[in-house]
Design a protein around this ligand. Structure first.
Ligand SMILES: [Zn+2]
Ligand SMILES: [Zn+2]
Length: 239
């Protein structure tokens, strides 16, 4: 395994790396996304999960979301290229792929993603960006699992820089960088699937997916990705 990883990082062409990354995000979006959706539906039948907004989203909306998500994935494919370039030039240092390095790396990347997403998202709500860029994501007033990458290409480009910005300063295991999109998309599905645990209301942590869902239905406040700490800190949280 280690031999294959080394081969990919140091020997694969940039075109092959783009193809691998594009394919990986397609599997995450369609494969893991469909599994996530069917798990939600199953748990809804068992009355463990409930819809946040009890409506059936139109096929037209889902087609719109899938079309824009594929465009975003085409952008995400490029995200690996500068990372590998900097690794090959010695500007990004890699840690050995031990369990602890992978786990700690994923935690740091998830926390960094929360800060990165918050900054980008607040920027996206500035008048110009909202009108020309972020409006695509907000077309989904009731989000679905397919909304997760439904972005204007410029927003996809901003959001694809999460590991690139931090990796030159904090060394990670390459496996943590590879697994991070899986962790991120699972949190993303939870925020967009329009399901929440139980049928309560309010801010209980169990109602995890509610915050970002509300951001879509109300169009403002709750700018955070999953943790909402920054919204609370900057008083942008919807009670
Ligand atoms: Zn927004
Ligand atoms: Zn969203």
């Amino acid at each position: 395994m280690d031999h294959l990883i080394k081969d990919i990082v140091f020997n694969y062409s940039y075109i092959a790396l783009y193809g691998l990354t594009f394919g990986y995000f397609i599997i995450l979006y369609f494969g893991v996304g469909t599994l996530f959706l069917y798990s939600c539906k199953l748990l809804e039948r068992k009355q463990i999960l409930n819809k946040v907004i009890a409506i059936e989203v139109s096929k037209k909306q889902i087609a719109f979301e899938i079309k824009h998500s594929i465009k975003s994935i085409a952008i995400f494919g490029f995200s690996i290229i500068p990372i590998i370039f900097l690794i090959r030039n010695g500007n990004i240092e890699l840690l050995p792929n031990t369990w602890s390095n992978v786990l700690i790396g994923l935690v740091i990347l998830t926390i960094w993603n929360e800060v990165h997403f918050y900054i980008v998202h607040r920027l996206m709500h500035k008048k110009f960006m909202m009108r020309h860029v972020h409006k695509i994501h907000h077309k989904s007033t009731v989000p679905t699992v397919y909304s997760v990458f439904s972005f204007h290409w410029a927003e996809a480009l901003f959001l694809s820089t999460v590991p690139l910005i931090i990796a030159p300063f904090i060394p990670f295991s390459i496996v943590a960088i590879f697994l991070y999109p899986l962790v991120s998309i699972l949190l993303n599905f939870a925020g967009h699937c329009n399901y929440r645990y139980g049928n309560g209301k309010g801010q209980n942590w169990k109602l995890f997916g509610t915050h970002h869902n509300e951001h879509h239905s109300k169009g403002r406040k709750n700018y955070g990705f999953a943790l909402h700490l920054l919204d609370k800190l900057f008083s942008r949280h919807n009670p």
